[in-house]
Ligand binder design. Structure first.
Ligand SMILES: Cc1ncc(COP(=O)(O)O)c(C=O)c1O
Length: 407
């Protein structure tokens, strides 16, 4: 008689999905039937005002950005079917990277198929055993996982976390690290420029000063800051009046304000980029950005540099949206970023509220665990330069109705 081998995956997965459904926490993917803009056509809902996209500059459906992608496809085909160091680097990758470096005013840049990949490349590649990487507790998941991966690959690499935007805590931890004989190498301090769930900003001048005190490198993921922050949208460093070279390394995405398709990058010294080309595992073992995306992103950067008024328009919309949220009776953190979270604590409530908003013609997503910690669920409202007054007013009317229905 043969004994049945246990196959636990199916039943435990069913349990997880059932419990998510029963507690009202199951996520539903909405299907969009046209381009991303101030409004989108959603299957089952029709045309709704979109307040949950990172399409901050409204470039996702910009005619020049779309045309550049089509032209890229015509010129280069779908791809080279190869990683870049074999035969997978097109001219458009080189020109895009030169553009990104120019946007930041830094020496060099290298692109990846996502910023997730960029964050999983930078730490495991640049860090070595004996180094310390210390990260803000609210940093994006891709930074957290990139650092975890680095510690697995480079045994003897130390990792730490400092309290959110708490320079005193960071200083204390760096002082302890400098006194630790096992920390023999470089120290890396990592922060989001704009924190994706809170919509607040990293204190880059303060972080730079602490890094200088302890001889540490500063790494900033400015995925939500690029195209948004600063007078010309260069990013959070520009907001603070800092030269980009005061930040040692940036990571960022092409999947938000810079065209919104996909892709990420590391920006910094030529040496670091050369090391990523030689040793980065996502570089060595994964294909490049599709040419269509590289060409669209390059055009999006060109439009940003040519039309800084888009950034001003976004800033005006952000101020108007924050006032609108408050006038509807909700609290929202004061900040110049385009991320306006309304904290509702309970995940099921956040999901129910976002469903109701959709019925009212406004697309906003409710975020709960595990995207944010348990008890910190929120509606994350995001503003775009594409929004006109009519969209912002529709957003306000829907929020006022929501306030009446959800105490
Ligand atoms: C701060 C931050 N870093 C990285 C990423 C990942 O970007 P990508 O979609 O390019 O992988 C995101 C996306 O949400 C983000 O908010």
């Amino acid at each position: 008689m043969t004994t049945a081998v246990a196959r636990p995956f199916e039943s435990r997965t069913q349990q997880i999905l059932t419990s998510l459904k029963e507690s009202g926490q199951l996520k539903h993917l909405q299907t969009i039937e046209g381009p991303m803009g101030a409004t989108v056509r959603l299957r089952g809902y029709g045309e709704v005002a979109c307040f949950c996209s990172n399409n901050y500059l409204g470039l996702a459906d910009h005619p020049e950005v779309v045309e550049a992608g089509i032209e890229g496809l015509r010129r280069y085909g779908a791809g080279t079917a190869s990683v870049r160091f074999i035969c997978g680097t097109f001219e458009c990758h080189e020109t895009l990277e030169a553009r990104i470096a120019e946007l930041y005013g830094c020496e060099a840049a290298y692109t990846f198929t996502s910023c997730w990949n960029a964050n999983e490349a930078i730490f495991p590649t640049l860090c070595e055993p004996g180094d310390l990487v210390i990260s803000d507790e609210l940093n994006h998941a891709s930074i957290i996982d990139g650092i975890r991966l680095a510690a697995v690959i480079k045994k003897g690499l130390h990792k730490g976390v400092y309290r959110h935007s708490d320079l005193g805590d960071l200083r204390a931890k760096l002082a302890a690290a400098r006194a630790n004989p096992e920390v023999t190498g470089a120290i890396w301090v990592v922060t989001d420029g704009v924190f994706s769930m809170e919509g607040d900003i990293g204190d880059l001048p303060g972080l730079r000063a602490v890094c200088d005190e302890f001889g540490a490198y500063l790494v900033v993921d400015d995925s939500h800051g690029t195209g948004v922050m600063g007078r010309t949208g260069r990013g959070t460093h520009e907001h603070w009046g800092m030269d980009a070279t005061k930040v040692d390394y940036f990571t960022g995405t092409l999947g938000k304000s810079l065209g919104g398709a996909a892709g990420g990058y590391v920006v910094g010294s030529r040496k670091a980029i050369d090391l990523l080309i030689q040793r980065g595992r996502p570089t060595l073992f994964s294909n490049a950005l599709p040419a269509t995306v590289a060409c669209s992103a390059q055009k999006a950067i060109e439009v940003l540099m040519r039309e800084p008024q888009r950034v001003q328009r976004l800033r005006d919309n952000v101020a108007y949206a924050r006032t609108t949220i408050r006038e509807a009776g909700f609290d929202v953190l004061e900040s110049p970023t385009a991320i306006c979270p309304i904290i509702v604590h309970d995940t099921a409530k956040a999901i129910a509220m976002s469903r109701r908003l959709l019925e009212l013609g406004v697309f906003v997503i409710g975020f709960g665990y595990p995207v944010v910690p348990e008890g910190h669920a929120r509606l994350r409202c995001q503003v775009s330069a594409a929004h006109g007054k009519e969209h912002l007013d529709a957003f306000g009317a829907a929020l006022r109705q929501l306030r009446k229905e959800f105490k």
